[in-house]
Ligand binder design. Structure first.
Ligand code: ADP
Ligand code: MG
Length: 238
């Protein structure tokens, strides 16, 4: 579990600033959703938290300790991507095992973690399959399984359901929320889908062009949007 804090976080690509100084506290154990239109900087923010992208300014703290200089594996975060990012030449089991072997986890701990994640996600029958033999929903379960086995301090989801059809998306939403209840781990979930934000979040952070427009509970944002952009985006009547 982890409390995350962003202080004046900035990002520029070449001379163009795309994240303009973000301050945010993500509460320990919360399910926080970053929502905003395409290009507003959601993925960039998540990638900076994960350590996949350097900051141009500011600081990121985990449980009060600065972490923005740490390599990704030292931060204790697990990221789940829209594209699943599974290793195509490895079985499901090997996909889940790979990161743990790399992290030099004792052998005796590896197999129980994989079995437990497989049970939680109901992917036990798929363990010997290769990624090309999986449906979209199964692939995303495996991608989540690969994050669970790491027992991270926080999960970072970047539009994990965008490639799935509408029916499966609704089902997976409730599975991810159930997973959060079961594990209690801090989760940050990025989406451009307002319904996903409203139905899944404890706290919603509305982003627009590299800045936070408003952060609050779904009810706060729905009942008291600070401006028309938030109102329009969250879907409250104007
Ligand atoms: P979102 O995930 O909300 O759609 P992104 O974080 O991907 O937004 O992008 C935010 C902005 O940063 C966009 O204007 C995008 O074009 C730009 N951007 C993202 N990645 C790069 C990159 N590697 N090089 C240059 N510009 C980038
Ligand atoms: Mg994105």
């Amino acid at each position: 579990m982890a409390r995350l804090e962003l202080r004046q976080v900035r990002k520029s690509y070449q001379s163009l600033e795309v994240i303009h100084g973000i301050d945010l506290v993500v509460d320990d154990g919360s399910f926080t959703v970053f929502v905003g239109p395409s290009g507003c900087g959601k993925s960039t923010l998540l990638r900076m938290m994960a350590g996949l992208e350097e900051l141009s300014g500011g600081e990121i703290m985990i449980d009060g300790q600065r972490c923005d200089h740490l390599v990704p594996s030292a931060r204790g975060m697990a990221m789940v991507f829209q594209s699943y990012a599974l290793y195509p030449h490895m079985s499901v089991h090997e996909n889940m095992r790979f990161g743990l072997v790399n992290a030099k986890l004792p052998k005796a701990e590896i197999e129980p973690r994989i079995q437990r994640a497989a049970e939680i996600l109901r992917i036990e029958p798929l363990l010997e399959r290769r990624p090309y033999q999986l449906s979209g929903g199964q692939s995303q379960r495996v991608a989540i399984g690969r994050a669970i086995v790491k027992e991270p301090k926080a999960f970072l989801f970047d539009e994990p359901l965008s490639n799935l059809d509408a029916e499966l998306r609704v089902k997976m939403r409730s599975e991810i929320v159930a997973l959060h209840r079961r594990l209690g781990t801090t989760m940050i979930y990025v989406t451009h889908d307002q319904v996903e934000a409203m139905t899944m979040a404890d706290k919603i952070v509305v982003l627009r062009e590299g800045l936070i427009e408003q952060a609050g509970t779904p009810i706060e944002l729905y009942a008291r949007p600070v401006n028309r952009f938030v109102a329009g985006f969250i879907g409250a009547p104007q």
